[in-house]
Ligand binder design. Sequence first.
Ligand code: ADP
Ligand code: MG
Length: 300
Amino acid sequence: ATPTAVMVGTGVGASQGVLIKGGQALESAHKVNCIVFDKTGTLTVGKPVVVNTKLLKNMVLRDFYEFVAATEANSEHPLAKAVVEYAKKFREDEENPIWSEARDFVSVTGHGVKATVQNKEIMVGNKSLMLDHNIAITIDAEEMLTETEEMAQTGILVSIDGELTGVVAISDPLKPSAREVISILKSMDVQSLMVTGDNWGTAKSIAKEVGIETENVIAEAKPEQKAEKVKDLQASGFTVAMVGDGINDSPALVAADVGMAIGAGTDIAIEAADIVLMKSNLEDVITAIDLSRKTFTRIR
Ligand code: ADP
Ligand code: MG
């Protein structure tokens, strides 16, 4: 392609809300034959909501959520925002509640959070967080977790003073276009994978809904592991695009031949990417590849 063609291609992209950061990004996109998608906020809407609560101890729901919200109010995680939002409905000052004071707040990346609230030790997070603190997962809790995972929801566990007290089911539905985008990519000979920090059960259920094969799913992945997967695929001969929105996707966005960030994502992801999907539409992954193919496979 001539420099003019590249300029035109980049300009057309910009006019459609696909921000391509330079000619190299536009060129690499036409060779992409494998795309790694982040789950939360990329394939899913990214605005999780609490859909169910199971108390394992005799306790008032309002008090339970006071502990959970006081702890999670210190976290930026989408799951934290979901539980804080839900907890508001138990408060009279619903608009702008001031939660109980949380002391010694600690965020354990990829696992959850802990803090001391009203002199009780509160932990909110996944199974690993509980197991790392020697908290037994009861059969009741296991059942609830399995149920939520089968429904493609995420179950988070709550412990108070070392005892498992409740399970909160949180739903983050697929973006309406996700399934079709994966299917169109397939028809374009582009294979799709999904990587996520979420648990295996939920990840597999979401993958099934969106049409990604189970063997193309990686769950419980740390940010470096997302990047490792990209590098493995490259070593196997694939030209890899990564699509993500979070800080935890940035190493993979940098490692990929083409990093694509969701416009509504975090600044760090947008910074790390080669292409930014300004409208946050998943369809624009296809727009970007199409544009590159048209620019670079034109008859000379
Ligand atoms: P993702 O790739 O889905 O953004 P993360 O790596 O951020 O996942 O988190 C992985 C898992 O750790 C979450 O699915 C959740 O179970 C748990 N977790 C992380 N942060 C929190 C939090 N603030 N509150 C509750 N659970 C959390
Ligand atoms: Mg994400």
